[in-house]
Design a protein around this ligand. Sequence first.
Ligand code: ASP
Length: 341
Amino acid sequence: MKKLVLLVCLLGGIAMAEEQQQAKKKQNIGIVIHGGAGTIMRENLSDEQEQSIKHDLQAALDAGYAVLEQGGDATQGVIAAIKVLENSVHFNAGKGAVYTKPGKHELDASIMRGSDLEAGAVAGVSFTKNPILAAEQVMLNSPHVMLGGSGADTFSKLKGLEQVENSYFDTQARYKAWQEVDAKTKAKEADQASQQDVLAAEFKFGTVGAVAVDTNGNLAAGTSTGGMTYKAWGRIGDSPVIGAGTYADNRSCGISATGHGEYFIRYAVAHDICARVRYQNKPLQQAAEEVIMQELKSMGGSGGIIGMDPEGNPVMVFNTPGMYRGLKIPNQAKVAIYGDE
Ligand code: ASP
């Protein structure tokens, strides 16, 4: 009799282990990325530019997905993808960042992991080649969540990250955009309100971000940006603000945002979406649409988000004509630019 009980227990144990194994196998890995949202129209991009942008988006997806496929964790997948986008001239992050009003570059980045809500961010760095790596160092090797300005650069140097001259981030295209805004703003110098209008209308895009889920079902999200063209010195947008531009929590979702940062900060966009998922049990797609297409849009906040739930379902929602974006999950891969793709 005892033997029989033992045998039943043993078989039960084996069945449970197999079930757990199965459940583990069912965990989908996946990555979703963006390269900024805005008035991105077909007539403004040549075929060559389009192809080159899509090529870099694809390279970022492949780099991130390769990490996940090899069993790497979600934060490493996110960082691998963002590094590719930071090093591409096409996006407003790292090389190719927009110019501040005084004609320099000040970069922001953040990263968060959903397993334990650890996060790191840097704001207004000027010499760190890949700000996402500095954000990672803040998360892993400091007691803080956000470091800003020269302190953040000093920290990243101390951590051995590659430093560059501020002019490394220069590109002709972004300089031209700066010159245009400069001319328009000077023409309206006396009038603060019209200056605001110019900045909103000239809002240039290309912030980058990634959200991934790994084989253990852990989520991570990261964002990196040069901010907004002609921003005042010291201006900090939503990208490095945890809960505004970036959020990840295994109990709900991971989000990376792009758009007019002041609105994303005030509406705590990334956290608001995750909160709707967690407390109202809404599917991620619905939660994201409510926030981006209703709340934010009705207030005049333009932009979008990418996100992923713990099962690896991606979302890409934006209230602008386009958003550079892409996703790679086990049975689907896609890169796109315009709203109708
Ligand atoms: N959200 C960024 C900022 O306000 C800009 C962008 O996404 O293009 O700094």
